[in-house]
Write a protein that binds this ligand. Structure first.
Ligand code: FES
Ligand SMILES: [Fe+2]
Length: 354
């Protein structure tokens, strides 16, 4: 029997003392929307002053979905019997009586909006710490001098760990993306270096003296000479992986620019995930053609990864007996991330038991 949290060997599928992306900021407005996050329905909206709010999304009276209710100022009125909850989650009004039952409130999730993303904290409220968010400035998500393009969010029928492992292992490019990433097999064959810095782990590849292909020439007009290009996969915790890196002129060693793909992963349920992708670059800010090219490429490549991980999820759910797992040298980074993630989840169950 496959372990329920495969490929992890812990009892809980995901850590809860963690920030996760709930939505793109642009998705949230003055109408109610709901999104499943770690098995909980989360209600998202903006107060009149524009602040993004995240509350539990099921009415505690008779389990009516609150996104089918309405906003009254900053408060949420349930669409079934009209119980009304403030943006702090407290129940203010029960239309059929004068008082409010004790403990009638919605959970409020701490929320932070940064770099075009709305993040929610799913852990204990007293342990919330914005310093635990990935460093948005370092990855170019919203800082000055960076151009950010956001891909459409997709919900995938697969456990989130399959996407994490997919992103840390570039050797799949040769097979899954043979039609969409020409020459990708050369990149996949580059030697891999795994560098760990605390809880952050980077799988590094560097292509040296690559001819300036049409993509490079589009990104850096006038670049005729060979380039050196980094192909990193940097794990910032289970919520975010950065891929991409800096492209430099080979002859001079001078950096031409950095382009990152920021993959943000949020478990919806044990076997379902939400996937947000932003491209960040520190060059060609006014070049809309580059943005269009990145988005078009993402739209062609992403379904190939989605198809691969949903196929694996189907195998895992089918109950079929799995062969004993074997790993190649290239899996080193993904295996170390498994251990990091397991340690994070185990540490939570120890602190919860204490
Ligand atoms: S179910 Fe929400 S008020 Fe009754
Ligand atoms: Fe891929």
């Amino acid at each position: 029997m496959v372990h329920a949290a495969y490929p992890l060997t812990v009892d809980q599928p995901y850590p809860r003392e963690q920030w996760w992306v709930a939505a793109y900021g642009a998705e949230i407005g003055r109408s109610l929307m709901a999104r499943d996050i770690l098995g909980e329905r989360v209600l998202l909206y903006r107060t009149l002053d524009g602040t993004a709010v995240a509350l539990s999304g099921i009415c505690p009276h008779r389990a009516f979905p609150l996104e089918m209710g309405r906003l009254v100022g900053d408060a949420v009125q349930c669409g079934y019997h009209g119980f009304t909850f403030g943006s702090d989650g407290a129940c203010h009004k029960v239309p059929s009586q004068s008082g409010v039952p004790g403990h009638a409130s919605l959970r409020r999730y701490p929320a932070v909006e940064r770099g075009g993303m709305v993040w929610v904290w799913t852990g204990a409220p007293d342990r919330v710490d914005p310093a635990l968010l990935p460093d948005h400035d370092r990855i170019g998500l919203g800082g000055p001098g960076w151009t950010v393009d956001y891909q459409k969010m997709v919900t995938i029928e697969a456990r989130y760990t399959l996407l994490i492992e997919n992103l840390l292992d570039l050797s799949h490019v040769t097979f899954i993306h043979s039609q969409t990433i020409p020459g990708g097999e050369k990149v996949a064959a580059l030697p891999v270096d795994v560098v760990q810095d605390g809880d952050r782990l980077t799988v590094r590849r560097k292509a040296v003296s690559m001819p300036a292909n049409p993509m490079i020439r589009a990104q850096f007009p006038g670049q005729e000479g060979a380039v050196d290009q980094e192909f990193d996969a940097e794990y910032w915790g289970p919520c975010l992986i950065r891929t991409g890196g800096t492209i430099s002129d080979h002859a001079t060693g001078q950096a031409l620019g950095t382009q990152n793909f920021i993959h943000m992963i949020t478990p919806a349920m044990p076997g379902r995930l939400h996937y947000f992708v932003a491209t960040t670059r520190d060059f060609g800010s006014d070049n809309r053609a580059l943005s269009a090219m990145n988005l078009a490429m993402g739209e062609r490549i992403q379904p190939e990864d989605v198809a691969a991980i949903t196929a694996i999820e189907q195998v895992l759910r089918s109950g079929t007996i799995l062969p004993r797992e074997i790993s190649a040298r290239v899996d080193n980074g993904a295996l170390r991330v498994r251990r990091l993630l397991e340690a994070q989840i185990r540490a939570e169950s120890v602190s919860a038991a204490a």
